[in-house]
Design a protein around this ligand. Structure first.
Ligand SMILES: CC(C)(COP(=O)(O)OP(=O)(O)OC[C@H]1O[C@@H](n2cnc3c(N)ncnc32)[C@H](O)[C@@H]1OP(=O)(O)O)[C@@H](O)C(=O)NCCC(=O)NCCS
Length: 373
């Protein structure tokens, strides 16, 4: 009998030149560049270029990509209308999934599978994702969407479209770092979903819609929202220990901890911890970081399980003023760059992704007519 690898754990299914993870040493690279180095020195637009084209851009190339991304931020008024008309979702990821799927109906190249057309679609989707999220965030609060400002960089513009105010440079800087950290993560569940869809030679919008549906789950992109709900529920730093021990006693998974690939600290959590601390200090809301630190220490002591990318991003986004239920959508605003890079890579050397299952159901059944059952 062939060995069954539940959850495809440890199964290597393709070669990829985009992203590497060393789960033993806690090292994540995009195209060979260490994520900590990129977080310190790069910016989101440059990382998008790196993911798509495989190398760091020259100055003019970066300028061109930055301008193109900014030019592609506006969305059709019909999509805004759709966002206004759709019923309130049970979770905002439903609306994002629907709106991104609808974008293809307004994209004249939706069915064009040439490399150039797919690159342009990657550009449009990356430019538009933040506009949809920000517009939704405002519409559901009864406010008019704010048009993108092409003079602002990707990070500042998103926060501006969401709140209506240009963010302070320190906040915009840290949000830019968060975007860099979330841009790609190899064959994670949502990227894999995008690649499975792309491997049927289905179009880019379909692949990204699959990815959004997959990111939505609390075991993936939905975890950061759950982390913040937990922090709000605990509320008082004095209650952290009792609350956490209660969760562990009931064998409830603590959101923001554990990882399929990392057996040591997630390098993104290392940077996000610093971000959460600094933003907490700058906004005068240090409590959430302090509680997070306590939880992390207890999880390491009690379970030897490290924080993942979703743990400290929760308190960081919260003090930036991002609504909690939009956290997973903000993940998508960044991860669209990695998803599209992977879809392009899949198209470039496609092989239909189609695994097997070991059948363990009944055999040799004889059909029984309905009146005899
Ligand atoms: C990310 C995750 C899905 C990885 O799952 P996985 O590789 O299938 O590993 P498992 O869920 O089987 O966990 C292995 C063991 O660690 C424990 N564990 C893993 N994550 C845990 C967590 N967050 N809290 C408590 N225990 C956890 C499991 O209970 C299991 O213990 P057991 O072997 O005694 O049953 C899992 O760690 C998780 O659910 N984390 C919380 C959600 C989250 O933060 N997701 C974002 C990921 S970036």
């Amino acid at each position: 009998m062939p060995e069954v690898k539940l959850g495809l754990q440890d199964v290597v299914i393709a070669n990829s030149e985009i992203c590497s993870i060393d789960g033993e040493r806690g090292i994540l690279t995009y195209r060979g560049y260490d994520i900590k180095d990129l977080a310190e020195h790069s910016n989101f637009e440059e990382v998008v270029y790196l993911l798509w084209y495989g190398r760091l851009p020259r100055r003019t190339e970066l300028q061109e990509l930055t301008e193109q991304l900014a030019e592609n931020r506006p969305i059709s008024p019909d999509i805004i209308e759709l966002l206004k008309r759709l019923p309130p979702p049970q979770h905002p990821m439903e609306t994002l999934r629907t709106a991104v799927s609808a974008l293809s109906l307004y994209d004249p190249e939706a069915e064009d599978m040439s490399l150039d057309a797919n690159r342009r679609k990657a550009m449009r989707l990356t430019g538009q994702m933040g506009t949809i999220v920000a517009a939704f965030g405002r519409i559901r609060d009864g406010k008019e969407p704010v048009a993108p400002d092409p003079s602002l960089n990707f990070a500042s513009n998103f926060l501006y479209m969401l709140s209506g105010e240009v963010p302070r440079p320190e906040i915009a800087h840290w949000f830019d770092v968060a975007l860099i950290l979330h841009a790609d993560h190899s064959f994670n569940a949502s990227t894999f979903a995008a690649r499975v869809t792309a491997s049927t030679m289905s179009d880019m919008h379909s692949a990204i819609t699959s990815a959004i549906g997959t990111l939505k789950g609390p075991l993936h992109g939905g975890a950061n929202e759950q982390v913040m709900k937990m922090l709000l529920e605990i509320h008082d730093p004095e209650r952290v220990s009792d609350h956490l021990r209660g969760l562990l006693k009931r064998k409830t998974k603590v959101m923001g901890f554990g990882h399929r690939v990392y057996h040591t600290e997630d390098p993104r959590a290392f940077v996000l911890r610093k971000m959460s601390e600094e933003l907490g200090r700058q906004t005068g809301q240090t409590k959430w970081f302090e509680m997070s630190l306590q939880i992390e220490q207890l999880m390491i002591e009690e379970k030897k399980i490290n924080a993942n990318v979703d743990f400290y991003s929760a308190s960081a986004y919260y003090v930036m003023g991002i609504p909690i239920d939009l956290f997973p959508l903000v993940f998508a605003v960044s991860r669209i760059s990695g998803w599209t890079a992977h879809v392009l890579e899949q198209y470039a050397a496609n092989k239909l992704i189609r695994p097997l299952a070991e059948y363990i159901g009944p055999t040799n059944q004889k059909y029984v007519p309905i009146e005899q059952r």
